[in-house]
Design a protein. Structure first.
Length: 264
């Protein structure tokens, strides 16, 4: 393909992602968008659950399958390598946009915080979670993560550098700060409806499964570098650390200077 169409494709894919991401912030928080997570016509509970689970499943399957190395190797046999990441971002964003558009509300309240200070704190915490997500992407490589770097490198006639193992900024505190930001953003709310609870619980479960698959791929790619990193740095909570066999033996030994670590 010509360089200019590839560049335009990458720019359109990124713009679609960024606008959908901004809409998702308002959708989860219930502000500044035409349709929030608890908005829309009343739907029978069984129908709402079926539709919402189908939308969540579609997003999870697309997001996970296309991220696997085996699928990428097959996919790269059909498309220009510079288009692989923008296409993944485009399709993942399309699945998310469909979810936001077709989500069925389940507005029955699970909890509602009436204290103004606490309610404002929870709203602020949710917004902090979204900011945490964005900061985490920029600390790693925001434009590579969303396919822009690949198309610009292709446009310049250069080759992408080989992947290298790095742990910048927040990645020194937790292994998956992007996922941690999403969990904070989804769960910190003063009004938790049944629909919001379904969304938060399902996405959190998907995140945990996604971490397992992602770390398997990272170990295959980086080997002992990632294994040591996983032993040294917590998965999601900075104070919740993994105990290695050597640390466990040390903690169990009857010595005065043995100290116990928090398990993961």
């Amino acid at each position: 393909m010509r360089k200019t169409p590839i560049l335009l494709y990458g720019l359109i894919s990124y713009a679609f992602f960024f606008l959908t991401f901004l809409y998702a912030i308002g959708f989860v928080g219930g502000f500044l968008v035409p349709k929030g997570i608890d908005d829309g016509p009343a739907t029978p509970v069984a129908q709402a659950l079926l539709v919402n689970f189908s939308l969540l499943s579609l997003f999870a399957v697309q997001h996970s399958v296309m991220a696997r190395p085996g699928f990428k190797r097959w996919w790269l046999g059909w498309i220009d390598p510079a288009l692989e990441r923008p296409t993944y971002v485009l399709l993942a964003t399309a699945a998310l946009a469909l979810l936001l558009w077709q989500w069925r509300p389940l507005p029955e309240s699970v909890w509602s915080v009436t204290n103004p200070t606490l309610a404002a704190t929870l709203i602020g915490l949710s917004q902090f979670g979204w900011l945490f997500v964005l900061l985490s992407t920029f600390m790693f490589s925001h434009f590579e993560l969303f396919g822009l770097k690949q198309v610009f490198v292709r446009f310049a006639g250069r080759r992408m550098p080989e992947a290298e193992f790095r742990t910048p900024g927040l990645y020194k505190l937790v292994r998956h700060p992007i996922y941690l930001g999403f969990i904070i953003a989804f769960w910190a709310t003063p009004v938790m409806s049944q629909g919001h609870l379904l969304f938060a619980a399902a996405t959190t479960a998907y995140i945990l499964v996604g971490i397992m698959l992602e770390e398997r791929d990272l170990i295959a790619l980086f080997g002992d570098d990632y294994r040591r990193y996983r032993e040294r740095v917590a998965m999601l909570l900075p104070l919740w650390r993994r105990v290695t066999p050597a640390q466990h033996n040390l903690a169990s030994a009857p010595t005065n200077d043995a100290r116990r670590e928090w398990p993961r």
